[in-house]
Write a protein that binds this ligand. Structure first.
Ligand code: NAI
Ligand code: 15L
Length: 269
């Protein structure tokens, strides 16, 4: 295992951040925590908004890498997405650049490519090079984050692994998740690989377990050293009995992004 690395974990108060706080130390990472809300049971966590560049500079000072989970994680108004996800991610990259941090792992999302039709039958798996097709303002902000990461690599040599996370929850809760689920322990394996692999430049990977019903190509993640151990198939019989198989006539089941594609846009008001 590579030597422990100090990692700033943003979004530490929330669901995924809490899971990773529990799992990443066993991979040799020492975590510094940040969120706009207090982190339960972690009095030393930095409470700061991504809009606060000075606080971000202090937070990234001396870390080896950042695991950037903070932001709005579902559809919202464009104004809110703009502040938290677009401007917030820019402020974080600027703070990291100013403080000489060389590696960011960015929590992108399947919703950056959410309008990509899901594979059916013998269709090939979706490659990471598929064009951005965001399904929401939220997905658009993740497309922006991936482009920002590419820009900071090309312009400044700052490395990023953009992880297009599927659904990272303790268990899959619907039939779509049988294809896109990432178990939390596989999530920690993938983030660990993304934090420690050599010479990643800007690499885009999908974030899921080795699901039997996988929709996308995990080869760029495996090339970082990711070796997923879980498969959602053990939940399939129960979920299909409750909900039925994916329905070819249901628009919510037509694209990678599922119901994010069919919900109305949320305009500022
Ligand atoms: P969440 O919405 O539960 O947590 C986000 C955290 O970011 C919250 O603790 C919130 O306080 C913090 N935050 C929001 N705006 C902030 C700001 N301006 N400054 C500082 N902190 C701020 O999200 P969750 O589920 O924990 O996901 C974490 C990240 O992973 C998000 O970026 C999400 O888009 C991404 N992701 C998660 C997936 C999943 O399956 N959980 C799937 C795809 C992407
Ligand atoms: C996401 O990007 C969300 O942050 C998460 O809450 C889930 O909705 C996930 O995608 C998904 O597609 O299931």
């Amino acid at each position: 295992m590579p030597a422990p690395r100090t990692v700033l974990l943003t979004g530490a108060a929330a669901a995924l951040g809490t899971l990773m706080r529990g799992l990443l130390p066993a991979h040799g990472h020492e975590l510094r925590l940040l969120d706009m809300r207090p982190v339960e049971g972690e009095p030393d966590a930095i409470v700061a908004d991504l809009a606060d560049r000075e606080a971000l500079r202090e937070a990234v000072r001396g870390v080896d890498a950042v695991l950037h989970l903070a932001g709005i994680s579902l559809e919202s108004t464009f104004d809110k997405i703009l502040k938290a996800n677009i401007e917030g991610t820019y402020h974080l990259y600027e703070a990291a650049r100013e403080e000489g941090v060389r590696r960011i792992v960015f929590a992108s999302s399947n919703h950056a490519v959410g309008f990509t039709p899901r594979p059916r039958g013998d269709d090939p798996l979706i490659p990471v090079g598929t064009p951005h097709r965001p399904d929401t303002f939220y997905g658009l902000s993740k497309s922006f984050g991936e482009d920002l990461a590419q820009f900071y690599w090309d312009k400044y040599g700052m490395e990023t692994v953009s992880v297009r996370i599927g659904s990272c929850f303790p268990e899959p809760s619907n039939v779509r998740m049988l294809s896109v689920w990432m178990s939390p322990t596989d999530g920690a394996r993938l983030f660990h690989a993304a934090l420690t692999a050599q010479d990643v430049g800007h690499t885009v990977v999908y974030g899921s377990s080795a699901n039997t019903r996988l929709w996308w190509d995990l080869s760029s993640a495996r090339a970082l050293g990711y070796d997923p151990q879980d498969d959602s198939e053990r939940y399939a019989a129960k979920l299909i009995a409750e909900q039925g198989e994916l329905d070819p006539d249901n628009p919510d089941h037509a694209h990678l992004g599922g119901h994010f594609c069919t919900r109305p846009p949320v305009w500022p008001h």
